[in-house]
Design a protein around this ligand. Sequence first.
Ligand code: ZN
Ligand code: ZN
Length: 375
Amino acid sequence: MAGKTGLVWDERSLDYDFGPEHPLRPLRVKLTYDLIRSKGILDQNSVQVVKPRPASREEILLFHGEDYVRLVEQYSKKGSGLLDMGDTPAFKGCYEATSLVVGASMVAADEVMSGRLSHAFNPSGGLHHAHPERASGFCIFNDPAVVIAHLKSRYKVKHIVYLDIDAHHGDGVMYGYYDDPAVLDIDFHESGNFLFPGTGFPDEIGKGEAKGLKLNVSLPPSTGDEAYLEAFQQIVPDALRKFRPEIILVQCGADGHMDDRLAHLRLTTKVYTEVVRHMHDLAHELCNGKLLLLGGGGYTLANVPRVWTVAFSTLAGLKPTDDIPLQWSKEFEIATQEDPPLKLYDKPTLDDEKTLKEVRNAVSELQTNLGNEIR
Ligand SMILES: [Zn+2]
Ligand SMILES: [Zn+2]
């Protein structure tokens, strides 16, 4: 934990806004930043705030196609139109807003690669559904996918771990690098039988040179902390030690948290603490601590700021107290018209025999499919 941990933040990060009726509200990111600040975490010597910059057109083209980028530019000027089948509407300035999200993740990557920071978190990032030629699931440009391309081209990185713990399958990243042996992609998500985008099954293990490097852990709805962490331990440390990454990216979507408005898992702050702690320790063991944390989904406003505050603190080696500052609670009530959460941490969730068995089956099915493929 020698170096500093960065939080990429700027008010302009809130420009990624589909309007007040859309579930992906930038208020989630604002409330996260304010909770982190009000807990005194930004006053710690080990923590630093860094400003994002917009990604350039050339950088976006590292992953996205020319025609699609031009379409986003046109719709962005017009301020209307749909960028996919209906979930992702264009808005005025959406090109600039999504370029800033991508740029924020690139700043995080550059700070960590240069050694100026050990770890960095971009809460506005993690837009993992966008495909090279189209938007999807509230994601216009895919910041983790652009960052992976940037790490390969700018820094010649040959071993990148991408772990995705969003409740939804990170299809844009996984299929974008499905045959790329430079990317070990491990994705824990609620089964595609129940949730968008309907992909990410245990038989999807990559192709060609990358066979055995795409790991899908497809979880039943209602999976709690106990079953989740058991599956995590069975899969992640071994896979990472065999792969030997030079840098680790974690898409830390908060929609796996219980009571999320769009998903059905039952995770608590315990999972986010444990997953980030393990990834942090593995990063120090395997790649000089190089670890990027990105945001993602999360649609219940009382949960997302707590999940990301806990995740960021753990990344920085801190353990904040359980209380929620009064000033933040007031801001929350005014902004959301909802009751504020009373505590930072949740009571961990256990699992019944049926769920434990289903999750164990998902793990063993994946392990059987991987067979000797994993190296
Ligand atoms: Zn560290
Ligand atoms: Zn999600």
